[in-house]
Design a protein around this ligand. Structure first.
Ligand SMILES: [Zn+2]
Length: 399
């Protein structure tokens, strides 16, 4: 609260406070925000309206003839489906309660008892933190909407012509070579072929190409060093990166090693596909072992519509760039497409984030290519071009 409001409230307190109602407490009970008042609530003094922003929606409730006795009522409030709560003295006799959410919902509110007012919150998510599939199981409605939006984009993306576009602004990209140090990632036929090695080589080439295109580039690791998954996205947030690109190589066991090959790009999303889950499980194994402390709130905050759509667009451009460049120099490069998957390394990124599986190091032919500098360079150039195109396209969209 501002000092002058404090002063006003105090000055008025002598004469008027006795006439005003006050909010004594706020808490969340069974999906509702419960407000406790000192006196009987006068519903004629309540105004409710909705403010729609570009990335969130605010449900606002103004309680007239009311003052706040405590400033920090909203501080302890936390609810998975609500981005933020605010309870503040709007003017000398109005308390404003704001519920900020990412998706609209049918808000209901009522006077429960004389001294109690209730506001319905959006449907919350499960509190159980378990395997990724548990965590992602409860997002079906938002998920369907996002899928529809993404499908629409994928259709329109097919119509654009493939060439390199340069964005006008200078963007920052964080390149994340997967694994490193004690975590070698996927292994080829012997320890001579390790994922951590090949992805670092490719990542360094991506850095070169991106710099050439005018980008500011940071890497989460530039040597054979172990970096926790959580630290990787934190780093990207700290650098205010505009995009986060994690680079990996794939692996399968048994007979499938002779058939599974190709490039795929993932973006963070709820998924029920067995294939995406299998690959996510492989890449996530380090964190799941370490029982990393990613809070469910952080996770769900990241699963929000606009960012998923942006990540999906970035994934499409990166995948297309890799295929175009690799196919220009090498024969029969498999396109495994753009897919959603619950990768933990992408969780926590505040910017569009994708994970590239550059190929299968278990496949005899593809492994050879992945360790071939020319192939690495083609992939890296493609990734850089894809990133460049993504930003150029986005600038055009915003014009
Ligand atoms: Zn990996």
């Amino acid at each position: 609260m501002r000092w002058w409001i404090v002063l006003l409230v105090w000055l008025l307190g002598v004469s008027e406070l006795s006439a005003l109602n006050s909010i004594k407490g706020a808490h969340i009970v069974r999906g509702q925000l419960v407000l406790d008042f000192a006196k009987s609530v006068d519903t004629a003094e309540i105004r409710h309206f909705v403010l729609k922003g570009s990335s969130s929606i605010r449900y606002v409730f103004d309680f007239g003839e009311t003052v706040l006795r405590k400033r920090s009522l909203a501080e302890k409030l936390s609810y998975s489906a609500v981005r933020s709560f605010r309870i503040s003295q709007f003017n000398r006799s109005t308390v404003r309660v704001v519920i900020e959410v990412l998706h609209p919902y049918a808000v209901a509110h009522r006077k429960r008892t004389a001294h109690r007012y209730e506001i319905l919150l959006p449907r919350g998510y499960s509190n159980k933190a378990g395997s990724p599939s548990d965590l992602f199981a409860s997002l079906s409605v938002a998920e369907k909407k996002q899928k529809r939006r993404i499908k629409k984009h994928q259709k329109s993306a097919k119509l654009t012509t493939p060439h390199i576009k340069k964005p006008k602004k200078r963007y920052t990209v964080v390149i994340d070579p997967g694994h490193g140090g004690k975590d070698s990632g996927a292994l080829g036929s012997s320890r001579r072929y390790m994922e951590k090695t090949v992805v670092l080589q490719i990542a360094k080439r991506v850095r070169t190409h991106l710099k050439r295109l005018g980008f500011r580039v940071y890497m989460t690791r530039s040597s054979n060093r172990y970096v926790k998954l959580r630290v990787r996205t934190h780093y990207a947030n700290r650098k205010h990166a505009d995009a986060f690109v994690s680079i990996h190589a794939n692996a399968v066991g048994g007979r499938r090693r002779y058939s599974a090959e190709g490039i795929e790009t993932y973006y963070l999303q709820v998924t029920r596909s067995a294939r995406s889950k299998r690959i996510a499980a492989l890449e996530n194994s380090v964190v799941l072992h370490a029982k990393d402390r990613i809070s469910k709130n952080v996770l769900l905050n990241l699963m929000t519509g606009p960012k998923i759509v942006m990540s999906n667009k970035l994934a499409i451009d990166v995948q297309r760039g890799m295929l175009r460049n690799a196919r220009a120099k090498f024969r029969s490069v498999n396109d495994n497409g753009v897919r959603p998957a619950p990768f933990w390394v992408l969780v926590g990124a505040q910017m569009p984030a994708v994970l590239v599986e550059t190929g299968y190091i278990t496949h005899p032919k593809e492994r050879k290519r992945l360790f071939d500098p020319r192939y690495q360079d083609a992939l890296a150039k493609g990734i850089a071009e894809g990133i460049s195109n993504y930003f150029a396209n986005r600038e055009k969209e915003l014009e």
